[in-house]
Structures are given as C-alpha cells and as structure tokens.
Design a protein around this ligand. Structure first.
Ligand SMILES: [Fe+2]
Ligand SMILES: [Fe+2]
Length: 185
C-alpha cells in the first residue's frame, strides 16, 4: 500500500481570482502564510546540522524573493497611499506608515543575508557558517511576526473602516495585476 502524502501548503498554488475582490482579506491570508513560512525557516536553520533540506531551502527561497517583495509592494504602492488619502489626522497614519516602511527596509536587508545562504543550500552545498543563518532566521522571523501582528491588529482594521468601495476595487485590481491575474470584477 502506498502512503498518500499531503501536498506541501507552501508550494505555490494558482491564486483564485475571486480573492482579489476582497483584497484586505487576501492580505490577511498572505500574513497567515508568511507566519507559516517563517516557522519553517527557523526550523530549517535549527535542524541544518542533521538535515540538509535542499528542497525546503528552495521553497522558502522562492517565497522570500518573489512573494514577500510583491506583498510589500501591495502595501507600499497601494494600501499605504490609499490610507494616507482617506484617514483623518487623528488616525496618525503618517507615523504608522513611516514605521511600517522602515520595518520593510530593515527586513529586506536581513532577508538578503538569508537569501544568500538559502541559495547555497538549494544548490545542495553546505554553509560555511550555519550559525549565521540560525541567528538571521530567528531575528527575521521574530521581526516579521511583530510586523504582521501590528498590520493585522492596526493597519487592516483601519483600512476596513476608512477605504471606500472604489478604493478596495483599485487595491484588488492592482494586486491582481502584480500577479498576472485578470481582475474578476
Ligand atoms: Fe508590511
Ligand atoms: Fe503585510
């Protein structure tokens, strides 16, 4: 009897176009997926001495280099400017956005070191300094978890309150275009 292996949830599935009709819910889904990826990144760095995990490195590498920059662009090019346009001064959106943009920049720097190590692992080679990956992976995962929690509890609820139907349509359409998907609405 052959055992059935469940598909890896991190392997990219074709996106459902309907998701782009609810772009804030889609961002939340992407945050959930990102949290799973950073757990896996930490586990990979911790188990490196016993398990070389070439495939795992390649999977996480693709997410770090393709999905994460695209997600940050959804926020920086579309969501943040829409919020800056709609929020009254009391919302302090300028400060919130400045903080989130600077976190994106810091995380991008840290991710570049992790990407360099994952590229080595994905080729089946060994790291000269696996402890460096471990420290970077832990710092990155920790920073991302905080960032995501802040976006889920502050940014997305604010967007739900302040953005208009037309804004959400614009956001969803731009997110779909960034992924090469035809917007369904
Ligand atoms: Fe973000
Ligand atoms: Fe985000």
């Amino acid at each position: 009897m052959t055992a059935t292996v469940a598909p890896d949830p991190l392997i990219k599935q074709p996106p459902d176009p309907e998701h782009f009709l609810r772009p804030l819910a889609l961002m939340r889904l992407e945050h959930k997926r990102q949290r799973q990826v950073w757990d896996r990144l930490e586990a990979l760095a911790e188990e490196l001495s016993t398990d070389p995990a070439f495939n795992e490195a390649a999977t996480i590498l693709a997410i770090l280099t393709e999905e994460l920059p695209r997600h940050a662009e959804d926020e920086e090019a579309d969501l943040f400017p829409l919020l800056e346009r709609r929020c009254p001064p009391d919302d302090n959106i300028g400060d919130i956005v400045a903080q989130l943009r600077s976190e994106h920049e810091l995380d991008e720097d840290l991710a570049s070191f992790i990407v360099a190590d994952l590229e080595v692992l994905a080729k089946g080679a060994k790291l000269a300094n696996p402890v460096r990956l471990l420290f970077n992976a832990r710092a990155f995962a920790e920073a991302q978890r905080r960032h995501i929690a802040w976006e889920n509890t502050v940014l997305l609820p604010l967007a739900r309150r302040r953005l208009t139907e037309a804004d959400l349509k614009e956001l969803g359409r731009n997110m779909a275009a960034r992924r090469g998907i035809v917007y369904p609405g």
